[in-house]
Write a protein that binds this ligand. Structure first.
Ligand code: AMP
Ligand code: MG
Length: 409
C-alpha cells in the first residue's frame, strides 16, 4: 500500500502531454483556451454616437443662445455613414452606433430637440463632447482580452465574435470511457429486486468527468465476470478508462485481473486512505486506467482527489485542487487507522470568513455525505483539529456556490 502523496506523485508522472486544436467559435462553448487572446482591433473600432439624435459642432455661443437652431445637412446611420465635413451652424441626423462625421464633436439626443423647416432646434444647453463613444475607449488593439485556460462561456464567445475572431485554439479534452462493474446493479427506473442496487456511479462519474472538462466517449455496464470485464476494458475507446467497482479482493472483483490480462501494467493498487483504499491505476501504451472502488462515495472522493486534477492537467491547468483556509467550528478528529478524507460543509460567514463543520454522516455508502458537503480535509490517524483553529480545505469544485448568494425576484 502506498501513501496519498506517493499516489499523487505517480499520477503526476503519467500526465499525458496536452494537445490543442483550432475550432470555430460556434463549437467552442465550454472549451478551455489554449493561449491568451489579444484584441486584433480596438473597441469601439470607430468613434460613434451613444444616442439617437444630432451630431453638431459645439461652440460657446450655445451657452447663451436658446433655442439653438442648426441646419440639417444629412444623416449618419448605422452602416451608412455621412461622408462630408460638418461645419458650425450645421447638424447631421445620427443613430446610436453610427460613425461620428468629420467636424462633429457633440451629440444632442433626439428628446432634447424639435424640427422645423429642415432645421433642428436644440432646447437644452449641450456639453461639449457629450454622448460620443470614442474609438478604443473600451480596449486598444493588442490588449489582453481572454487569458489562457479560460473556460469559454456565452459572453466570451460574444467578445470573440465582436472583434472578428471566428476560430480559437482550445485544448483537446481528455476522452474518457466509463465502465461500471457489478452484477447487482440495475438502472434507475428499471424494476428492482430486493437484493439489487441502483447504479448511481455511472451517471455520477460521467457527469463529474464533464464538470472536470473531460469528454465522455462511452458508458458501459458489465457483469462481475472475468471474460466480460476483459472484453470491455480491452475494447474501451477512451484515452482514459474509468472503472468503478470490482477492484477489491473479493471473488467477484475482476477489474485488476482483467486489466492486467489485456496488457495494462499496474502503476499502483491500494492507498493508505479512507475512503477509497482499493484505488487502482494502470497504463497500456497511451491509455490510462483508474479502477475506482464501487461504493459511490469512495468512487467520488477518488475521482475528485486523483482523477479530476489529471483531467484538468490535460486542459492545461497545473495538477492541483481548489484549496482554501477555513476556521474549524467544532473539533474534528480522525479516530481511524488510515489518513482520512473527512467531508466538511464549508460556509461563508459575514465577519469571520470561511468556516467548516464536519458532515454528520461519513459512511462510504452514504451519498448524502457528499451532497451535504462541499469539500474535505485530510487528517492523519489520530490527528485532531481543535475548534477555532484553522485548516486547509480541498473544495470539490471551485465554482460550487459556497457564498450565501442572495437570490430575489
Ligand atoms: P464493489 O467495490 O464492487 O465490491 O462494490 C462495493 C459496494 O458498492 C457494493 O455495495 C456495491 O453494490 C456498491 N456499488 C458498486 N457499484 C455501484 C454503482 N455503480 N452504483 C451504486 N453502488 C455501487
Ligand atoms: Mg462489485
Amino acid at each position: 500500500m502506498i501513501s496519498i502523496d506517493e499516489a499523487i506523485e505517480q499520477i503526476k508522472n503519467h500526465i499525458p502531454r496536452p494537445t490543442t486544436r483550432v475550432i470555430p467559435i460556434n463549437d467552442a462553448l465550454g472549451c478551455y483556451l489554449a493561449g491568451d487572446i489579444t484584441a486584433p482591433e480596438p473597441s469601439p473600432r470607430y468613434t460613434s454616437s451613444a444616442m439617437d439624435g444630432f451630431g453638431i459642432v459645439y461652440d460657446t455661443t450655445m451657452l447663451t443662445e436658446q433655442p439653438i437652431c442648426l441646419k440639417i445637412i444629412g444623416e449618419s446611420a448605422a452602416g451608412k455613414s455621412f461622408a462630408g465635413l460638418v461645419q458650425p451652424g450645421e447638424a447631421v441626423r445620427i443613430n446610436t452606433g453610427a460613425v461620428i462625421p468629420a467636424g462633429v464633436d457633440t451629440v444632442i439626443r433626439v428628446e432634447d430637440t424639435s424640427e422645423e423647416n429642415g432645421n433642428v432646434l436644440i432646447n437644452v444647453i449641450p456639453k461639449q463632447g457629450q454622448d460620443i463613444r470614442h474609438a478604443g475607449e473600451e480596449f486598444d488593439q493588442g490588449s489582453l482580452l481572454l487569458a489562457k485556460n479560460t473556460k469559454l462561456s456565452a459572453t466570451h464567445l460574444a467578445l470573440l465574435s465582436a472583434v472578428g475572431i471566428g476560430e480559437v485554439a482550445v485544448y483537446d479534452p481528455c476522452k474518457v470511457s466509463v465502465l461500471v462493474t457489478g452484477s447487482e446493479l440495475v438502472s434507475c427506473g428499471d424494476e428492482i429486486a430486493p437484493d439489487q442496487i441502483r447504479d448511481s456511479n455511472m451517471i455520477m462519474i460521467a457527469a463529474a468527468i464533464r464538470e472536470a472538462g473531460g469528454e465522455v466517449v462511452e458508458t458501459i455496464r458489465v457483469e462481475d465476470d472475468a471474460a466480460a470485464t476483459e472484453k470491455v476494458i480491452d475494447e474501451a475507446k477512451g484515452d482514459l478508462i474509468i472503472c468503478t467497482g470490482g477492484i477489491s479482493v473479493g471473488p467477484h472483483d475482476h477489474v485488476k485481473g482483467a486489466a492486467t490480462a489485456v496488457g495494462f501494467k499496474e502503476i499502483f493498487w491500494q492507498i493508505k486512505q479512507k475512503p477509497g483504499k482499493p484505488l487502482f491505476f494502470a497504463e497500456r501504451g497511451k491509455q490510462l486506467l483508474f479502477g475506482l472502488p464501487g461504493n459511490p462515495v469512495s468512487a467520488f472522493m477518488c475521482f475528485i482527489h486523483y482523477v479530476k486534477p489529471l483531467i484538468g492537467a490535460i486542459n492545461g491547468f497545473p495538477f492541483g485542487w481548489p484549496i482554501l483556509s477555513a476556521r474549524v467550528e467544532s473539533a474534528i478528529e480522525n479516530r481511524g487507522k488510515r489518513p482520512t478524507m473527512i467531508r466538511v460543509q464549508l460556509k461563508w460567514k459575514e465577519g469571520t470568513g470561511y468556516s467548516i463543520i464536519s458532515a454528520e454522516k461519513q459512511g462510504s455508502h452514504m451519498l448524502t455525505s457528499v451532497t451535504g458537503s462541499n469539500g474535505y480535509i485530510i487528517l492523519a490517524p489520530g490527528e485532531h483539529v481543535r475548534a477555532e483553529t484553522r485548516c486547509e480545505v480541498h473544495c470539490y469544485d471551485s465554482k460550487r456556490e459556497i457564498f450565501p448568494l442572495p437570490f430575489s425576484g
